[in-house]
Design a protein around this ligand. Sequence first.
Ligand code: RIB
Ligand code: CA
Length: 322
Amino acid sequence: MNTGTPTPVILDVDTGVDDACALLLAALHPGIDLRGVTCVGGNAPLREVVANTLTVLDTCGREDVPVAAGAAVPLLEPYADARHVHGHDGMGDLDWHKSARRPDQRHAVELLRDLLVEAAEPVTLVPLAPLTNIALLLRTYPEAARGLARVVFMGGGAQAGNATASAEFNVFHDPEAAAVVLDACAELEVPVTMYGLDVFYGPRVSRAQVRDHLVDPGPAGLAARLIDFQCERFGSPDATIGDAGAVCAVLDPDGLSTTRLPVRVELAGTWSRGRTVVDLRDWDGDLAHDPHGQAPAVLDVALGVDGERYADLWWRTVSGSA
Ligand code: RIB
Ligand code: CA
């Protein structure tokens, strides 16, 4: 667990039930210096994503954190939301008190550029959504990458998909953006951690654990309602904290086991478009004869997580029992 000075962090979100869980942790934990949040269309349309993001930050008393709207649709792929998972409003249809605030006037890409260029020390960028904003940033203002310490993104998976049998939702939603981000980070020498489906479902909180907080008016109540919504929707006694696990990985990297592996994004496959092709081979002889050669992007791919440790970190922080 990092116990030094707070880590400067920017989140990119498509809030989203589990994005909301991540926002709660990032806004409340003293180890995170939350510099800004950018929004992209994904789980829900951009308008709902911005409204949900402002609502979560208001609930945490973090009206100081700038929020900007970014891309509403993917670079090439037709837009398709995930409201069958996250509810019509994108955040569990909880009737939670909505923020009356308006977002920052800047486009997300401009806010990202300004925050990174102005940063006195390198910032950890945590994309938890389709990577459209990040691709646009890195191709429009590559010099902003000098302000990046690392990208820790929730997306992809070495073994399986969820949006399709092959592809994870964030990458499937905008495969071109994901491919651009991996290539740009390789070219700009930005370290990347891939927090994918191999670990995404590990950190889980039970319905019983949150029951006593369901009527709380503040962050604990919202956190409890988000977990309760997922348990109800999936008919399960517990629910993943999802995107919040990537924020846990920033706070407590020792809770995650990663391996440096080459990764490509499949753009052309009929049944595999959007798949993160993680090269798990451990013999150079095969690579030497591989016509594709090694992928330029070599990431720290998360293949194991201490789920209990991260679930406990999240719940202790958001319920105020830390
Ligand atoms: O596949 C899971 C990802 O897709 C999460 O970021 C979730 O919020 C959705 O955006
Ligand atoms: Ca998300």
